[in-house]
Design a protein around this ligand. Sequence first.
Ligand SMILES: Cc1cc2nc3c(=O)[nH]c(=O)nc-3n(C[C@H](O)[C@H](O)[C@H](O)COP(=O)(O)O)c2cc1C
Length: 205
Amino acid sequence: MRHVLILFAHPAFERSRVQRRLLQAVQDLPDVTIHDLYEAYPNFDIDIDHEQRLLSKHDVIVLQHPFFWYSVPAILKQWEDLALEHGWAYGSQGNALSGKYMLTAISTGGAAAAYRREGHNRFTIRELLAPIEQTAMLCKMIYLPPFVVHGTHLITDAEIAAEAAAYRQIIIGLRDDLINLEAARRFTAINTDLEAIFAGEEVRG
Ligand SMILES: Cc1cc2nc3c(=O)[nH]c(=O)nc-3n(C[C@H](O)[C@H](O)[C@H](O)COP(=O)(O)O)c2cc1C
């Protein structure tokens, strides 16, 4: 059993349609800690010791947020800048995060087709997430393909419900080590083909 920490960042949660449902889908899960960064730090005054203690206690670190300007909301950048200290998270003596898993869980206004070379956004999601992927690598973490919900402006409530159910299944799968990570790495997103990554494993809970 792995312990999952969800670092949640949405600056306008009261207006959220998609992220709210994703969060609701996992909030009752045992061994899953939800940490709402905008709620905890309205003044961006990150408590570094607290953040490092939280990270130390968990094995899977999830960055859950809407995709903003092809990147993370500001508080998550602040969190990275302060919590991931040299000598703790990275550097020759910095091994606190070594071997832990990192998953990004994002929603994007842009449709999947927009995130292609010939598409409106010109780069793939994986390319745009390169700074996070490399941050995870520098911290000796295991970077997972992202969980992505596309096209949030047009998505129906039924589609959001399906994405939320998939998110719950993936978080449980990571917690209980039910996901074939090698199979998952073949996909651009971890939620591309759930049947393929669970390979017959039954998800309970
Ligand atoms: C400041 C801001 C920046 C955004 N930047 C992007 C972006 O770079 N790419 C994209 O696809 N959508 C972008 N969006 C759309 C959001 O990602 C989208 O509204 C959000 O994921 C919907 O989730 P929610 O219903 O939980 O708010 C942006 C929205 C805002 C408000």
